[in-house]
Ligand binder design. Structure first.
Ligand SMILES: [Zn+2]
Ligand SMILES: [Zn+2]
Length: 215
């Protein structure tokens, strides 16, 4: 057995909260009790997620609030049916599996790709030409908010799907997949979890044009 390919990325990932934190949870900023589903803030300094009450989530939606360390994860889901992410672009990304999240990480100053693997979630730096190819292929790339959103790419046979999703969901899914992933392609359980996830994202996503029309 060889060592996991990117030990540094794994160290970074472990700092994120587990996908199912113990309840009752409290807002990590003001201590208010949280009921069930709640929003998250990205702690850009410590590269982690913090659970937040609605009040704190709203507060930190303002750019620069609290010195900019915490940023509220947006709750929008976007899709781009007109994308041109074909096989050529996909190959340039050098992602060995059929699913990946692209994140604009301001602490690292670059775009990284996060994808499941038999060794756990793996993060790899995207070369600027590959990122440019993604930007040329979908307008979602330029809408991606740094640190708090992820571009979800899914390659299945000869088709690629492309969505923009909240980053906490990306980490939740990679956490869940880490427990389920078997072999090279993930196995039946991981594929079922992915199918559920994509069904949910597809049903919530709308096109950016509709988004722009919203007040
Ligand atoms: Zn709070
Ligand atoms: Zn939480």
């Amino acid at each position: 057995m060889s060592a996991p390919p990117t030990a540094a990325a794994h160290r970074g990932l472990r700092r994120f909260r587990a996908p199912a934190p113990p309840s009752p949870e409290r807002c990590e900023l003001c201590g208010a009790e949280l009921g069930g589903r709640h929003r998250h803030l990205v702690d850009t300094r410590n590269r982690g997620l913090a659970c937040a009450c609605p009040h704190c989530a709203l507060l930190f939606e303002r750019p620069g609030a609290g010195g900019g360390q915490f940023r509220t994860v947006p709750d929008r889901f976007l899709t781009d049916p007109a994308h041109r992410l074909d096989e050529v672009v996909w190959d340039r990304l050098r992602i060995p599996v059929g699913v990946a999240f692209l994140l604009d990480n301001t602490a690292l100053g670059r775009v990284v790709a996060l994808y499941p693997s038999p060794a756990g979630a793996t993060e790899s730096e995207l070369d600027p030409a590959a990122w440019q190819a993604v930007r040329d292929a979908t307008r979602l790339a330029d809408l991606l908010a740094p640190d708090v959103e992820a571009l979800l790419l899914h390659r299945d046979d000869d088709r690629t799907d492309c969505h923009l999703i909240p980053v906490d969901l990306a980490y939740e899914l990679t956490g869940r997949l880490r427990l389920l992933w078997r072999g090279f392609d993930g196995g039946a359980e991981a594929r079922a979890a992915l199918a559920d996830f994509f069904a949910d994202v597809t049903c919530r996503a709308r096109e950016p044009r509709e988004e722009a029309r919203r007040p």
